[in-house]
Ligand binder design. Structure first.
Ligand code: GLC
Ligand code: CA
Length: 537
């Protein structure tokens, strides 16, 4: 495969979405270029060199389309333009060009499940019962007593049906009332979204992250969801029901197969999908013989207890479930979840980085993870997230994980000249990119080292993952590829531990970084140390 100029990709014949590393950018919070306190596309373009030097291969941008921002861009009012707050279409083209020059792919976020209630399609649809776009959304008559058509609940709290007084019917929304669900049984909707995919592929976009695809289609018979026997008092109210008839319906695969068909009209494009469902069910999202997504997100590390035993079991289970030819992937954080450090603690961050960047499968890094940004407490008067506003008090707010990137040790951290839309962390003066780049022992330097190691040692990127074991505080596995063989050995515990290991060369340690040592038959691991050992054969 021809390598793009700029970054040298991993030297293998694997496609970029297998050998590469994805970096998620939450555009509002990455880099502001015009002083309005909100990150934008020209800001991201300014930081492309940073990303290329770090050593990632693709950026995924959370939505940048025109939007009333009821859910910060996940409420799209026009699928084929850019919101003024982020810039213009020309800015997007410039970003794609700059990224490609540096060898980086660009993945956009597509939100096919729902639009904004301000999208012209919905404005038409709600205008009258006989509007040609009426059936583009999910409309239902009230029950005879005027109540909601089913007991289905919104992910963001309350019923997922809103009565439209003009036409006397309810419309369905898996999320906010301002996010009406499209009707994916309607062929015109399918055709309209075909055009959206082609519009961006034609502009050179390399792929899509597909938002909340487990919600695409609801039960044709509108059956009530059964109660959830595991529901506990204090759980978020949305957990009260099993989402049997609203989530992960079998017809979803037909829609995804169509997306794949469009992607396959182009060279080298990739589809990543967000579906919060059990691993067993997730496997269907790969489709049959490449008819589905390239990478259905594997979110398991976001909730698996942080122990060597639980993680070893997870890796084994996931590897065993993958259908033939399916490529794995791993995620430690995103814009919807608590930040990694806040979940597992600061001491575990280097181990987590080595785990993510040495497992078999495409890793996705959430912006700021590479400097160990943690959740920033948001005072009630500054809360932005609609979920937190609708269901306060359950810790569901996502603002803490979406705060501005800390670039440099100055006021406002080099993110903006204006007032940042969310506050910066208290620690930003000490914990920022510039400070960590200057320190070879920093977390940033660890990410950079490991990302560059993956490029020189394809086994770490595309090799088989075997001999996965947990023993007391240690998790270990091997990566094999083209005659190269590596052990990854991770000590989760806070005590020094000796483990046996086949002989070889320790090529990296999270503790001593450049301390190359020869390993004969044992390795002494410091507390929270992870090492990479290259074996002769
Ligand atoms: C996805 C997004 C989340 C958004 C929701 C509704 O889960 O990641 O941020 O609120 O979909 O679009
Ligand atoms: Ca801006």
């Amino acid at each position: 495969m021809a390598q793009p100029p700029g970054n040298k990709g991993v030297m293998t014949s694997a496609p970029w979405w297998q050998s590469g590393v994805v970096y998620q950018i939450y555009p509002r919070s990455f880099q502001d270029s015009n002083g309005d306190g909100i990150g934008d596309l020209p800001g991201i373009s300014q930081r492309i060199d940073y990303l290329a030097d770090l050593g990632i291969d693709a950026i995924w941008l959370s939505p940048v389309y025109p939007s009333p921002m009821a859910d910060f861009g996940y409420d799209v009012a026009n699928y084929v333009d850019i919101d003024a707050v982020f810039g213009t279409l020309a800015d997007l083209d410039a970003l794609v060009k700059t990224a490609h020059q540096r060898g980086l792919k660009v993945i956009m976020d597509l939100v096919p499940n729902h639009t904004s209630d301000q999208h012209p399609w919905f404005l038409e649809s709600r205008a009258s019962r006989d509007n040609p776009k009426r059936d583009w959304y999910v409309w239902r008559d009230p029950k005879p007593d005027g109540s909601v058509p089913t007991n289905w609940l919104s992910e963001f709290g309350g019923p997922s049906w809103t009565l439209d007084p003009i036409t006397g019917q309810y419309y369905y929304h898996a999320y906010l009332a301002a996010q009406p669900d499209l009707n994916w049984r309607n062929r015109e909707v399918v055709a309209a979204m075909d055009d959206v995919l082609r519009f961006w592929f034609d502009r050179g976009v390399d792929g899509f992250r597909l938002d909340t695809i487990h919600h695409l289609i609801e039960d044709a018979d509108f059956r009530d969801n059964p109660p959830n026997p595991d529901f506990k008092p204090g759980d978020p109210p949305t957990k009260a029901l099993q989402r049997l008839y609203t989530n992960d319906r079998p017809e979803t695969q037909t829609v995804l197969a169509r997306f794949r068909q469009i992607a396959d009209e182009y060279d080298d494009r990739a589809l990543i999908g967000e579906a919060y469902i059990p691993l067993e069910a997730l496997m269907a999202y790969y489709g049959h013989a490449g008819s589905g997504l390239h990478l259905p997100f594997n979110f398991q590390l976001l909730s698996t207890p942080w122990t060597p035993q639980d993680i070893a079991e997870l890796i084994q289970r996931y590897e065993a479930l993958l259908p033939p030819g399916a490529w794995p992937n791993w995620v430690l954080g995103n814009h919807d979840r608590q930040r990694l450090i806040s979940r597992i603690g600061e001491t575990q961050a280097p181990l987590a980085a080595m785990l993510l960047l040495s497992l078999r499968g495409t890793p996705t890094i959430y912006y700021g993870e590479e400097i160990g940004m943690s959740d920033v407490p948001i005072p009630p008067e500054l809360v932005q997230d609609p979920w937190e506003k609708q269901v306060p008090g359950h810790g569901l707010g996502r603002d803490p994980a979406r705060t501005p990137m800390a670039w440099s040790p100055e006021r406002k951290s080099g993110f903006t000249h204006g007032i940042p839309w969310l506050p910066l962390g208290d620690d930003a003066l000490a914990r920022n990119v510039a400070t960590q780049k200057a320190d070879p022992q920093s977390l940033w330097s660890l990410y950079r080292d490991l990302l560059h190691l993956r490029r020189t040692e394809p086994a770490l990127a595309v090799g088989d993952c075997v001999a996965i074991q947990a023993e007391r505080s240690v998790l270990r596995y091997e990566r094999h590829h083209a005659g190269r063989r590596f052990s990854v050995i991770l000590n989760f515990g806070d005590e020094v531990t000796d483990v046996s290991a086949p002989g070889g060369d320790m090529i990296y340690s999270t503790a001593s970084r450049n301390g190359r040592r020869t390993v004969t038959d044992r390795v002494r691991l410091l507390a929270h140390e992870g090492v990479l050992v290259a074996h002769a054969r």
